[in-house]
Write a protein that binds this ligand. Sequence first.
Ligand SMILES: *Cc1c(COP(=O)(O)O)cnc(C)c1O
Length: 372
Amino acid sequence: MDQPMIPAAKPIIGDQEREAVDRVLRSGMVAQGPEVAAFEEEFAVQLAAGRPTVAVNSGTSGQHLGMLALGLGPGDEVIVPSFTFAATANAVAVSGATPVFVDVDPETFCLDPAAVEAAITERTVGIQPVHLYGHPAEIDTLVRIADRHGLWIAEDAAQAHGATWQGRQVGTFGRFGMFSLYPTKNMTSGEGGMVACADEDLARGVKLLRNQGMEVQYANEVAGFNNRMTDLHAAIGRVQLTRLAGWTEERRRNAARLDEGLAGLDGVVTPVVREGAEHVYHQYTIRVDGASAAQRDAFATALREEHGVGCGVYYPTPVHRLPSYELDLDLPVTERLTREVLSLPVHPSLGEADLERIVTAVRTVASAGGGA
Ligand SMILES: *Cc1c(COP(=O)(O)O)cnc(C)c1O
């Protein structure tokens, strides 16, 4: 392998971001201040239909504070997918509540509404769908189920900035939507998160919890956290926000090129986009159809070592089986996906030659029996 490695993900941080940070450093005021306020407003307009939006220090904090502000606590159950990043369930568990893991749709990899409905008990208070890889969950159906049972919806839109379902942005359907600004996500602030809230009351609750329960200095109304975003991070995020739409276009173009190049390939299933969905391709995730985990891992190793194509497995273990939960549940679609999924590079830094190399590599490994 004499070609340079194509990385699986590549945060783009340029001169504009550096200059923005420098501007804040020179101001001498680096903690939460005017940059955070401006970032919240700009983010809300561009990605959350103008909903009151609160910046925090990570996506996980956003989920956690959002659910605490909704009143989540011990004895409550929240329905979550098991095929996701652990943070989705952790935000529920660290609130003292119980995440109830259910299965996902085999095509979109997002919550299966029928499985959600079957898991509702008298302790259920909410549903937390994940718009996984940048594809919207079937959110209108989930909202109908939630309304019918008097439950709230908290959207995990960590990977889905700008994705839409029937023309409406994800993160704006539920009581709140959380967006992550971690470096590998579609845009970053270094670390950070945004909570787009359905109303001002909830936004105020999140703001209080973010800052020790204070709106007025030293007049703490509730016991809260320090989960504030700094102006340094907000300055980076504001620049990234101006570039996001262009990057999303490039992700979509790259995905279309991969779709075309991998069409009809035996043993490889390319991502499905549901009618009414706009996918933002945080990940371009194929399934190595019928593979064992070892066969899929061998496929990944062959892509990396023989072809210099970076790739990733998100996620190799169902969350309910992690040592932190260790539940013996039967979620067959989730189990199967953890064995078969493989995410190929789709990020905006790819050139035509990279895309060609990725297609050729996947075709070569697949025809050789998947690296097994
Ligand atoms: C990244 C991510 C989170 C957590 O976001 P952080 O900003 O890393 O705390 C939660 N859920 C999903 C699905 C994620 O991908």
